[in-house]
Design a protein around this ligand. Structure first.
Ligand code: NAP
Length: 256
């Protein structure tokens, strides 16, 4: 029960296949209570039933592309839960038509939108987290290996993740003095709604499975348990890290 007595926020659970769902499961098993945000009222009604299993709080609408929504949602949450101990940011978006083919075909509008939702939103979450975490806490965001090396079709999302990863170290430095730790988990590929938008995703899954020292793809539980550790007091000395949870595949160059 590593998270007994701790309460946190989960942003980015679309359904039971979401990485955020796996994270919430691991946290729940270890005693945490959680409140969730959803992009719109439509999605709020879709995840309300799932959220009931994790603490019974009302789902708060929060479209992270809108300037005022994060602040408003955080104020509302403070009234409902009181101070928080952790926040999970598990959000990304790109027009799926631009997650295939050549990266140079990325449009300016999709580039800016992908950066806004997938990267800038974490900066805004981190700034407002201080209000929700007067006693310190822990933030985690989700990234992918495509930020480090070319992965076919990952395209604009790779740019957003590279910026997100750099953001993690700057935010860790900004927030260290108020006791807030900031880390990212670089997850191996998992079939989710967002991932199914990446061209030839099944080939990426197959390639990573072949390459991985553990000879398999990661599961929601693998990522959930790693996230549990990084959010818990067991990781009290860890901040500014990009932690790979991918069965070791990022360590392998060529494998015949
Ligand atoms: P997912 O289940 O589709 O989750 C993505 C979430 O982002 C959804 O809940 C979606 O909300 C939310 N979102 C998109 N635009 C938003 C906005 N404007 N405001 C608020 N929420 C918004 O997919 P996932 O794979 O679990 O993705 C979670 C994170 O893991 C992402 O950062 C992704 O890049 C990262 N990741 C995924 C993999 C993988 O292989 N699956 C690997 C490494 C990293 P709606 O449902 O309301 O649109």
């Amino acid at each position: 029960m590593m998270m007994q007595g701790k309460t946190g926020l989960i942003m980015g659970m679309a359904n039971k296949f979401s990485i955020a769902y796996g994270i919430a499961e691991s946290l729940k098993v270890n005693g945490a209570k959680m409140i969730f945000t959803a992009q719109t009222d439509y999605f709020k009604s879709k995840i309300t039933d799932i959220a009931k299993d994790f603490g019974g709080y009302e789902v708060i609408p929060c479209d992270v592309s809108k300037d005022d929504e994060i602040e408003k949602a955080f104020d509302e949450m403070l009234n409902i839960t009181g101070p928080l101990d952790f926040i999970v940011h598990s959000i990304a978006f790109s027009d799926r038509n631009e997650l295939a083919g050549k990266y140079y075909n990325t449009s300016r509008s999709n580039f800016l939108n992908a950066m806004n939702i997938s990267c800038y939103s974490f900066t805004e979450v981190a700034r407002h987290s201080q209000k929700l975490m007067p006693n310190g806490g822990s933030l985690v965001t989700l990234t992918y290996y495509g930020a480090e090396k070319v992965v076919p079709n990952y395209n604009v999302m790779a740019m957003a993740k590279a910026a997100l990863e750099t953001g993690v170290i700057y935010l860790a430095d900004d927030l260290g003095e108020v006791g807030i730790r900031v880390n990212a988990i670089s997850a191996g590929p998992i079939k989710t709604l967002a991932a199914s938008g990446v061209g030839e995703f099944s080939k990426i899954l197959e390639f990573e499975r072949h390459r991985a020292p553990l000879k398999r793809n990661v599961t929601q539980k693998d990522i959930g348990d790693a996230c549990l550790f990084i959010l818990s007091d067991m990781a009290s000395g860890i901040t500014g890290e990009i932690i790979h949870v991918d069965c070791g595949s990022n360590k392998i160059g060529v494998k015949f």
